[in-house]
Design a protein around this ligand. Structure first.
Ligand SMILES: CC(=O)SCCNC(=O)CCNC(=O)[C@H](O)C(C)(C)COP(=O)(O)OP(=O)(O)OC[C@H]1O[C@@H](n2cnc3c(N)ncnc32)[C@H](O)[C@@H]1OP(=O)(O)O
Ligand SMILES: CC(=O)C(=O)O
Length: 547
């Protein structure tokens, strides 16, 4: 039997209540567009009664036509002691002019008497009157029964009366909220089932993740009869966050066959997660199920061997289904089986027994002994393979760079400046840039110089920069390993550099990052690289900073 649920994304409302998150109006517009492209049913995009930014957002979003999702504004029921018509929050909700509104009201008697400090009867009136008013304004009304599970455990009769008040007011959907995130899956299942049996209205679920159960609880709610699922796309939300939709959607659709978004969009799940985390400026958890960077990364030699023989030996689904990819993590404990797929991506004629394969693995082990770590820097390793196989075209030559540190700085924002000269074919470009540190200045100067030749580099920026001291006993003469992660907003890649000089180690990783991006761009544009014999193949050991 065909089964479907409606996905309600609250990244821009509950997600905005997460510590460290602050969306600009532009951010919100971009995220709405991405979620609409993905095909979620509702986008709860803000709380117009809360702040001017959200009011401005709701004005500007009118210029954008959504193809799939219903835009939803969020607010509370009327306040105690006033009429719905005079409530400023409700006036703002109407000003947002959305097709759907989500209204929250208390379902826990304790919250009614101790937090909003009114009578149990007035709370029921606040809920029913607010919903009836919004229905008269022809809104689709989603009622969030706040603290429903705690409320039910404290006073089931009252929790049900809250739902009845919402149904009597005309609510289109009643959402049972585990606001404090303390419920367990069996409780959510039993309680949701009782509600779904008692009321004929559409039932939804909204789970917080304080016990790490938000996804499991949401699934159990679906088992119990919920057909409207609230969450946030990468799990952001108050405290420990909300049910993570990038986990829930594939769990429901791929594992349980319950329709959430158009099938053809499942392959966009990973890119959407990266895009949203990018705009939110929150790193995507590398171990996030389905969409994380290591969700399909294998390191143990036996696992890699197994996956090579039959991918489902160590993978629960095929990564391509959700737009992710399989990765084999390189390390000194790798055998040829581990690196062969990477080598074959560049030259499919090579086999486990080819001398080149052995040479590359020897080189990997030599570099790891020197201090490199390719597990976190596959892109640098791919460049090494390309250079070793002559499948590499240098995009530029770094002729010269110089970094100047100034303390105390004239300009408080910039304590460093960098000068860089690059050559592309016969043309040279020299740039100077300031930065808030030497690596920042170098990064900006290098990209500025190269953007003249390769405009796509404008999209690139660093998302992570890590330094690890390798032989701390050498104190200030110690060797350092710099790992950087870069993105162009669509893909993430990591590169590495090692040197006793932190600036040089950073520069090696930065140069690798740019070369990798340019190779990928060329591959996309040309449908594959061609390498003429006229191109020099740079000696990779010099790029890696070792003699
Ligand atoms: C579970 C959830 O996530 S609910 C959503 C929570 N989200 C937010 O709070 C973010 C947006 N909030 C805001 O911007 C502000 O809190 C505002 C503008 C909505 C309200 O600000 P203020 O009027 O200054 O009130 P403040 O935040 O200090 O206190 C909350 C008030 O709302 C009342 N309230 C809380 N829940 C409800 C409810 N379900 N129904 C009606 N009133 C409620 C409280 O009783 C309190 O009123 P009081 O001052 O008369 O005691
Ligand atoms: C409505 C909501 O965000 C909650 O109850 O958690």
């Amino acid at each position: 039997m065909f089964q479907m649920v409606k996905i309600f994304d609250s990244t821009l409302r509950d997600g905005a209540q997460a510590g460290g998150v602050s969306f600009s109006v532009e951010d919100k517009l971009k995220i709405v567009k991405a979620l609409d492209d993905l095909g979620v049913s509702y986008i709860e995009a803000g709380n117009p009664g809360s702040n001017f930014k959200d009011l401005e957002f709701f004005k500007r979003i009118k210029e954008i036509k959504l193809n799939y999702s219903k835009l939803t504004a969020f607010g509370s029921t009327r306040r105690k002691g006033i009429s719905v018509e005079e409530d400023e929050n409700i006036k703002s909700l109407l000003m947002a002019d959305t097709q759907a509104v989500a209204i929250f009201g208390k379902a826990w008697d304790f919250h009614v008497t101790e937090i909003i400090r009114t009578s149990l009867e007035e709370n029921l009136d606040m809920i029913k009157e607010t919903i009836a008013f919004l229905k008269r304004k022809e809104k689709e009304v989603i009622f969030d029964a706040e603290h429903f599970f705690d409320g039910y455990k404290s006073n089931p009769d009252y929790a049900f009366r809250v739902i009845k008040a919402a149904v009597d007011g005309g609510a289109d959907c009643i959402v049972l909220c585990d606001t404090n995130g303390g419920a367990f899956p069996n409780e959510v299942y039993e309680i949701t089932k009782k509600v779904a049996k008692t009321f004929s209205v559409e039932i939804g679920i909204h789970c917080h993740n304080d016990c790490g159960m938000a996804v499991a609880n949401s699934i159990m709610a679906v088992e119990g009869g919920a057909v409207h699922i609230q969450g946030t796309y990468i799990g952001l939300g108050e405290r420990c966050g909300n049910a993570n939709l990038s986990t829930l959607i594939p769990n429901l659709q791929i594992k349980k066959g319950i329709f959430c978004i158009p099938n053809e969009n499942l392959k966009n799940l990973t890119a959407t997660a990266r895009y949203i985390s990018e705009i939110t400026n929150v790193s995507l958890d590398t171990t996030a199920p389905y969409v994380g960077n290591t969700a399909f990364a294998h390191k143990g030699g036996m696992h890699i061997d197994g996956v090579n023989k039959a991918s489902h030996s160590f993978e629960h689904i095929s990564p391509e289904l959700v737009g992710n990819r399989r990765r084999f993590l390189m390390s000194e404990v790798s055998g040829k089986t581990t690196i062969l797929p990477m080598i074959q991506k560049i030259d499919s004629s090579l086999t486990k027994n080819s001398p080149k394969t052995q040479e590359i693995i020897d080189e990997l082990k030599r570099l790891e002994h020197f201090g490199y770590q390719f597990e976190g820097a596959e892109s640098s390793f791919e460049l090494i393979i390309r250079k070793h196989l002559g499948k590499y075209k240098p995009f530029f030559e770094l002729n010269y760079y110089k970094v100047i540190e100034e303390e105390p700085a004239n300009n408080k924002d910039y304590s460093s400046s960098a000068l860089i000269k690059v050559r592309v074919d016969e043309k040279e470009e020299m740039t100077a840039t300031e930065g808030n540190g030497p690596v920042n200045a170098l990064d900006k100067a290098l990209r500025k110089a190269l953007e003249v030749f390769y405009p796509s580099l404008k999209e690139v920026h660093l998302t992570d920069y890590k330094v690890r001291v390798l032989n701390a006993e050498e104190t200030t003469a110690a060797k350092v390993r710099v790992l950087i992660e870069s993105t162009d907003g669509k893909e993430l890649w990591s590169t590495v550099g090692v040197s006793t000089n932190i600036i040089e180690a950073s520069m090696i990783a930065l140069v690798d990052s740019i070369e990798y991006k340019l190779i990928k761009d060329l591959e996309k544009n040309e449908g594959g690289l061609s390498y003429g014999n006229d191109h020099d193949t740079k000696d990779f050991s010099s790029t890696c900073g070792i003699g």
